[in-house]
Design a protein around this ligand. Structure first.
Ligand code: NAD
Length: 261
């Protein structure tokens, strides 16, 4: 018999903003108990308030995903709070100023890899241990279209998102017989603070970005959340090891020249 969502527990990292907040709200409105986590405590508490105002059940636990001890404590506290961990959405990520590959610095490389790659690995490490102990679970990691194809002037970020897919696919194969599914979402440009920070002072860039998406617009955090909820739930029971583009057709095209109207 399938458990109802009201007995299911989901953990979301990067839940203070953007895609993570939208997905936490979607889990909560689908009846999941939600563990919200982020390095930003103030905005994380704001997500918690939104869920509670909508009648959902959640708790906020602050955590820097790049720190082993903090991630271990996050999973321990999640299980201490709700007793189990059915779904995890490892979404916390950073993008640093754009530059060509040879102009990057060691500090930027280490920072991006520390959060986007080590953070996802550490989360999976402790989540999988819990899911093995309880007999199964489902993990979704946030990669990017930059994990599928080149991202000029975002080489280190692109490498980090390719690595997220390597971790996801490997875990999917290693734990498939243990009732643990692992998938990734690959969003194109989504209207969040991360995108707004990169585009705020350049209207020409905004027009180019929109034109790169065959569908004629950028995506919303809610559209990524819907994909995460699908991959996390029982209806995706035969789906593991995939990298699902949520990209308005961006990666389906041969080149990214804007189509003539
Ligand atoms: P965002 O900046 O709005 O949210 C990211 C969240 O991650 C923030 O709340 C931030 O505080 C948190 N975070 C950063 N470092 C952290 C750390 N060390 N530990 C814990 N939390 C940390 O960005 P977003 O657009 O919602 O991005 C979410 C994910 O989606 C990221 O992994 C990003 O790379 C990915 N992504 C975003 C886009 C886009 O266009 N917005 C496209 C593809 C992929």
């Amino acid at each position: 018999m399938h458990e109802t969502n009201t007995s299911r527990v989901a953990l979301v990292t990067g839940a203070a903003n953007g895609i993570g907040r939208a997905t936490a709200l979607a889990f909560a409105s689908s009846g999941y108990k939600v563990v919200l986590s982020d390095i930003d405590g103030q905005a994380g508490e704001a997500t918690l308030a939104l869920i509670e105002a909508a009648g959902g059940q959640a708790v906020f636990i602050r955590c820097d995903v790049s720190c082993d001890a903090e991630v271990r404590r996050l999973i321990e506290q999640s299980v201490a709070t709700y007793g189990r961990l059915d779904c995890a959405f490892n979404n916390a990520g950073i993008e640093i100023e754009k530059c060509k590959l040879a102009d990057g610095s060691e500090a930027v490389f280490d920072a991006i890899m520390g959060v986007n790659v080590k953070g996802v690995w550490l989360c999976m490490k402790y989540q999988i241990a819990q899911m093995l102990a309880q007999g199964g679970g489902s993990i979704v990691n946030t990669a990017s279209v930059a994990g599928l194809i080149a991202a000029p002037k975002q080489g280190i970020y692109s490498a980090s998102k390719h690595a997220v897919l390597g971790l996801s696919k490997t875990a999917a194969v290693e734990y498939a017989r243990k009732n643990i599914r692992v998938n990734a979402v690959c969003p194109a440009v989504i209207d969040t603070d991360m995108y707004r920070r990169a585009s705020a002072d350049d209207p020409r860039h905004v027009a180019q970005v929109v034109a790169a998406h065959p569908i004629g617009r950028i995506g919303t955090a809610e559209e990524v959340a819907a994909a995460v909820l699908y991959l996390s739930g029982a209806t995706a029971g035969f789906t593991t090891g995939i990298a699902l583009p949520v990209d308005g057709g961006l990666t389906a095209q041969y080149d990214f020249q804007p189509l003539e109207k």
